[in-house]
Design a protein around this ligand. Structure first.
Ligand code: MN
Ligand code: MN
Length: 317
């Protein structure tokens, strides 16, 4: 059966970019297409945060900041909205008062939306959502490599006795066997920890670390080589906490740390994932109340665009 041609964003020569639908990149809604190769799903949820709240407003902010994304990616020579059907699945209704129910809701929605081979690009929301998204991906792919961009490890055990928070998803994921401990990696780690044991424990859970300083000391090319060497050929889940960026490049987030990546370094690192078998991705921790001039929203929208472009190019056959 031949697939219909993808429906792209609203034509910017007919409807100016500041107008038109409030969907991601002014793309069609999921219910306006027969099927999607990639669904962009909003996860407005921030009950798992430990410091500044507000990431529940992240999805709407990233969508609003995505209106200027144009159809063609020159560096990768791809048109991500023409090479595949991308559609906006709207916002999921998530219980803000019960984290365990919220986690179940996200997992079930991910299972339903990915039925038939659709890939999910989720926009949070706090980082708690990575756990149910990984549970869902694991159902089809088994243990996946997690490529995690973040200032923070997010492999702590509990906060105030709570096991499910935005600082713990990757410990739970490792304990549950959702990640491939030989191929997973954090990128952009920096800032003070509770102690040296944080890093030791993290290694035991199955993560290698590329520190933010490595970008400066080793250079982008070496960092990218290390990423590819670690990820190998199997399925990869990409999780981008926007606080991996320096607060100068992403002020609108809940737990900012000085000395982070530039948006240029992050976008280039993602672009370098061409040829990687990406089975799902999320962009989390955009908290618009602390943003200025859409700096963070625009960075997050471009992160999504890089990921969609890499997905459009697919994995090597
Ligand atoms: Mn973080
Ligand atoms: Mn995080």
């Amino acid at each position: 059966m031949t697939q219909p041609a993808p429906i792209g964003p609203v034509d910017a020569s007919a409807v100016p970019r500041y107008a038109g639908p409030a969907t991601f990149a002014r793309l069609p809604r999921l219910d306006q297409v027969t099927r999607a190769d990639v669904a962009v799903l909003g996860l407005p949820f921030d009950t798992g945060v430990s410091y500044r709240p507000g990431a529940r407003f992240g999805p709407a902010h990233v969508r609003a900041s995505s209106k200027l994304l144009r159809p063609y990616h020159p560096a990768l020579d791809v048109s991500p909205f023409a090479a595949q059907q991308v559609a906006d699945a709207g916002d999921l209704g998530i219980n803000p008062f019960d984290i365990e129910e919220a986690i179940r809701t996200v997992e079930h929605a991910s299972n339903d939306l990915r039925e038939g081979g659709t890939k999910l690009l989720s926009i949070g929301g706090d980082h708690t959502v990575a756990l149910p998204l990984l549970r869902s991906v694991h159902r089809d792919h088994g243990p996946v490599a997690v490529l995690h961009f973040d200032a923070h490890l997010d492999t702590w055990d509990t906060y105030f006795g709570a096991a499910y928070t935005h600082g713990t998803p990757f410990r739970r994921a490792s304990e549950e066997g959702l990640i491939d401990p030989e191929r997973s990696m954090h990128v952009g780690i920096r800032g003070p920890l509770y102690g040296a044991h944080d890093l030791t424990a993290d290694g035991v859970l199955g993560f290698q670390v590329i520190h933010t300083d490595d970008y400066q000391l080793q250079g982008l090319a070496t960092v990218i080589e290390r990423m590819h060497a670690r990820l190998g050929d199997g399925p990869v889940y990409v999780s981008v906490d926007i606080d991996v960026l320096d607060p100068a490049h992403a002020p609108g987030t809940g737990t900012p740390e000085a000395g982070g990546l530039t948006s240029r370094e992050l976008l280039h690192s993602l672009r370098a994932l061409v040829g990687t078998d990406i089975v799902g991705a999320d962009i989390v921790e955009v908290a618009p109340a602390y943003d200025h001039a859409e700096i963070t929203g625009i960075a997050a929208a471009h992160v999504a665009y890089e990921l969609l472009s890499v997905l459009a190019l697919g994995k090597p056959s």
